[in-house]
Design a protein around this ligand. Structure first.
Ligand SMILES: *Cc1c(COP(=O)(O)O)cnc(C)c1O
Length: 434
């Protein structure tokens, strides 16, 4: 290549870079070129096997689990995959929690220890029993219930400890199980976001007395709606199974009942879909883990972004959510809401996550209802509300940022673009503040 030619080539390349810098470097929120214009992978994943299985159930006419095979097959398979003795499929995760609380005889006048950083269903299930959800503050590093603070919240009314594996990462089960054992209080794991997550190489949901899953549309294992309850206890399984089947006895006789209950049964359609989705769940989970590890390696280099840490006992994170803390001060004071908007404009949709559940007006309204006032005295309810502050969680709720599990199902380039967008927003925070 002659001198002149080389100069021209270099000049053209430099001009190209400059042009890219001008258009691509401006925040997309202010009219610049977004870091990413492709969509993230869609959810659910639907393949031929799902369609075939669905049609087979349809044509069989056996749509109900009684007389069907698919729900039972799913229960056996999921129990085997998790190393649980029993799995009971139910209509959804909320039903799993309600069934478990009934099985553990949590009822009017009782207290249940819960985290304030969770989906509302966790506490709704408790309130529906006319029991009080007692909130224990969150550990800001892991986003999980602060297990060191559980014991101080136990009273003679405490009937159950209900930790949630938020985002799919396990709560500190060593501490939680130890406190439960010490006070002889059963631990019910809300694993609704934690399919295949592990604590010291054991699947979560199998470590407490009972564990609950959700297969609602957004979850990592999905049948539109659906849920399951895991336990290693024959007695608890039998009670739960009866409760979810209108209180029928062991043999499910049509008009013979051994307790009260509800109809919380899963359909054969959902059972068969779950079985087919199970074929992909392991590979999808691995992919999320690999992508999340790569993303964390990039995000932790950005001042003001702190990815959620894992407890030492966590040997597998289900990554239903990828969660990090956003510190506005490191972004020139750019409020989180503006950061979320700027990221969305760059093609990276993210959310601010949960608001503090302990401060939800519904907690006040429900505990002021007639049923609660008949069970708890005015003084007890006043003391309950005084105890229910979670200052660390309040702050976390203002700083948290979430990415959803489907964003972790693509390639490395996707992860690079998430980090690139965050760096870009940080670089131009002053412009975005104006
Ligand atoms: C999804 C979810 C539930 C409820 O499950 P549904 O299937 O929607 O009823 C309960 N707890 C947590 C933590 C959840 O994420």
């Amino acid at each position: 290549m002659g001198d002149v030619t080389r100069r021209t080539a270099l000049g053209a390349a430099a001009a190209g870079v400059a042009a890219a810098a001008v258009s691509g470097d401006k925040p997309a929120l202010l009219g610049g070129v977004p870091v990413r214009s492709d969509k993230f992978p869609s959810w659910p994943v639907i393949r031929d096997n799902d369609e075939r299985a669905w049609m087979k159930v349809l044509k069989s006419g056996r749509w109900n689990r009684m007389g069907g095979t698919e729900v039972r097959r799913f229960e056996e398979t999921w129990a085997r995959m998790l190393g649980a003795k029993h799995c009971l499929a139910v209509a959804n995760g909320t039903s799993a929690l309600i069934t478990a609380l009934n099985t553990l005889e949590v009822g009017p006048g009782d207290e249940v220890i819960v985290p304030p950083y969770t989906f509302v269903a966790t506490i709704n299930a408790v309130l529906l029993q006319n029991a009080l959800p007692v909130f224990v503050d969150t550990d800001p590093d892991t986003f999980q219930i602060d297990a060191r603070k559980i014991e101080a919240s136990i009273t003679e009314r405490t009937r159950c400890i209900l930790p949630v594996h938020v985002g799919g990462a396990p709560a500190d089960l060593d501490r939680i199980l130890a406190v439960g054992a010490k006070h002889k209080i059963p631990v019910l794991e809300d694993a609704c976001q934690a399919h295949l997550a592990e604590w010291r190489h054991k699947k979560v949901s199998t470590l407490g007395a009972m564990g609950c899953f959700s297969f609602q549309a957004s979850k990592n294992l999905n049948s539109g709606e659906g849920g399951a309850l895991m336990t290693s206890s024959d007695e608890l399984y039998e009670v739960a199974s009866s409760f979810h089947n209108n209180g029928r006895g062991k043999n499910g006789g049509s008009f013979s009942y051994v307790r009260n209950g509800a109809n919380l049964r899963l359909t054969e359609f959902q059972g068969t879909l779950l079985l087919e989705q199970l074929e992909r769940v392991e590979a999808q989970s691995k992919m999320r883990e690999e992508n999340a590890a790569y993303l964390t390696s990039m995000l932790r280099e950005i001042p003001g972004i702190t990815p959620a840490k894992l407890h030492d006992g966590c040997t597998r994170n289900a990554l239903h959510l990828y969660m990090f803390r956003y510190e506005a001060a490191q972004f020139g004071g750019l409020p989180r809401a503006k950061f979320l908007k700027a990221m969305a404009a760059e093609g990276i949709p993210c959310s601010g996550g949960y608001t503090p559940l302990n401060k939800e007006p519904l907690v006040r309204t429900v505990t002021a209802s007639r049923g609660f006032r008949r069970v708890f005295s005015e003084r007890e309810l006043r003391q309950y509300h005084e105890r229910n502050s979670c200052p660390v969680n309040d702050r976390l709720c203002e700083e948290a940022v979430w990415l959803t599990q489907t964003m972790l199902l693509g390639g490395k380039r996707d992860m690079e673009q998430i980090a690139e967008a965050a760096r870009k927003v940080q670089k131009h925070s002053a412009l975005l503040m104006a």
